[in-house]
Design a binder for this molecule. Structure first.
Ligand code: AMP
Length: 217
């Protein structure tokens, strides 16, 4: 099974991707995490993408598509994937479809986590992620057991440099002008479910699994 989660920054997408990966034994593929790792490791790709990520701009399609297809190639056939953060544009979605169709493993379900913009801003201000694996915590909605430490792997939690208020606003503008177009794209394929992402983590997770099971049936 291959699943795509679409949601604005702060919609709970990363948290839900972790839970779904565990439930359905899927390999999580988070584009932002891939980019942050490349930047932290100082690879040539990392240096290329760094200015875009730091500004909160989208990395150009050609580069982004190459990166994700390469990561998919390395996982090939092993297990299903759960995509988080890719695609974000129509050309990215078309490239992904082409690749998955080639493999004979198209997307089974696309979930849009619907959260209003004012709530997203509020949530993002409290977001922390772990150094080791990018696990997502929130001082208001999902605090770790020990302050500043990831429950899963004990690594340090930090606030992302692109989670500063003016960068957050810019990234949300891009989401609601560009990425939101993917909803029509996947709706036309009959693969989209819209899930209200405002309630608690467990409730949202239940709504998502129900939607996936309906779409994948
Ligand atoms: P995220 O962690 O998903 O919020 O991504 C962090 C940053 O990485 C974004 O603000 C973009 O600069 C970049 N990025 C992640 N995914 C993509 C994508 N699919 N296309 C273009 N840029 C991306």
């Amino acid at each position: 099974m291959n699943i795509l989660l679409i949601g604005a920054q702060g919609s709970g997408k990363g948290t839900q991707a972790e839970l779904l990966a565990e439930r359905y034994k899927l390999k999580p593929l988070a584009s932002g995490e891939l980019l942050r790792t490349a930047i932290a490791e100082g690879t040539a790709t990392g240096e290329q993408v760094r200015p875009y990520v730091e500004r909160g701009d989208l990395v150009p399609d050609a580069l982004m598509i190459e990166l994700i297809l390469d990561a998919m190639r390395r996982l090939q056939g092993e297990q299903g994937i759960i995509l988080d953060g890719f695609p974000r544009t129509i050309p990215q979605a078309q490239a992904l479809d082409a690749r998955l169709n080639e493999l004979g493993q198209p997307l089974n379900a696309v979930i849009y986590l619907d959260v209003p913009r004012d709530l997203l801003l509020d949530r993002l201000a409290g977001r922390y992620i772990c150094r080791a694996h990018g696990h997502v915590w929130n001082i208001k909605t999902r605090p770790p057991k020990t302050q500043g430490v990831c429950d899963y792997d004990g690594s340090e939690l930090y606030q992302r440099s692109d989670d500063q208020p003016e960068k957050i606003a810019h990234r949300l503008d891009i989401f609601f002008s560009e990425t939101i177009r993917l909803l029509d794209y996947y709706e036309r394929q009959g693969k989209l479910a819209r899930v209200n992402g405002v309630s608690g983590i467990e409730q949202v997770n239940q709504a998502i699994t129900q939607a996936i099971e309906k779409l994948a049936a």
